[in-house]
Design a protein. Sequence first.
Length: 258
Amino acid sequence: MACVAGLLALGANAADSPVLFADDFESHTLKQLPGAPWKEETYKSGARIQVDDARAVSGRQSLHVFTPRGAKYRRGYVAIHLRDPVPSAVPAMFGRAMVWLDAAPQALPGAPPVHWTLLQGEGRSADDRYNSIYRLGVEQRDGTQLMANFETTPPVTTDCKQQSALTLPVGRWACVEWHFVAARNELVFWLDDARVTRVVDRAPALDACRGQDLGGQWRAPPGFDSLYIGFERYADSANDQNLWIDDVRLSTQRVGCK
């Protein structure tokens, strides 16, 4: 992907372009956290994030997220808080990222499969009581099975998921796409051009839904204020994980994998 100086947040001079934001991490300083508009969101959980040159889809650099074993929780996210750099992505957005996972998290002996999240869009509810979170999660099949996940923050306690038959590849670049639409309570994910899942409100039937404060609905916020990408792990694992991210795009149209 060709970007202006590796980073592009389009303004009035490119108003007709469907691309809202693009970053191939070429303009960021090697071995450092990526610069603006990215924000480090690890919450001092022990995950480490930096731009490196070990792998890249285009150019020489990508974003490396390291989540070591040895803790029940690791949050390896960077975020774009959308209203500043790309306000037009708040009501709806298409997105694409290329990702390389070196190894899925291995469950500890006797423990269930490790649950983790690759990306999420988030915004505050209209009544300002909770955050609505749209996630692409991974859980079953030895930590590789993809799923759509909707969760809220207290005091509202809804946590619903829709499993996919698709699994996240290990040891190669994979193309992950998403579409978030606040007005239709809709989220769609694709992997390498194949649709992972599509959810509008509560169709199709959900695999699981805990908490029921919202009656099993996938209720989007009025707008998606933030986009997080990386590796958030909710249980300890027997191994470390290394994730590389490259060629991130936000758009008003589906981006595709080319």
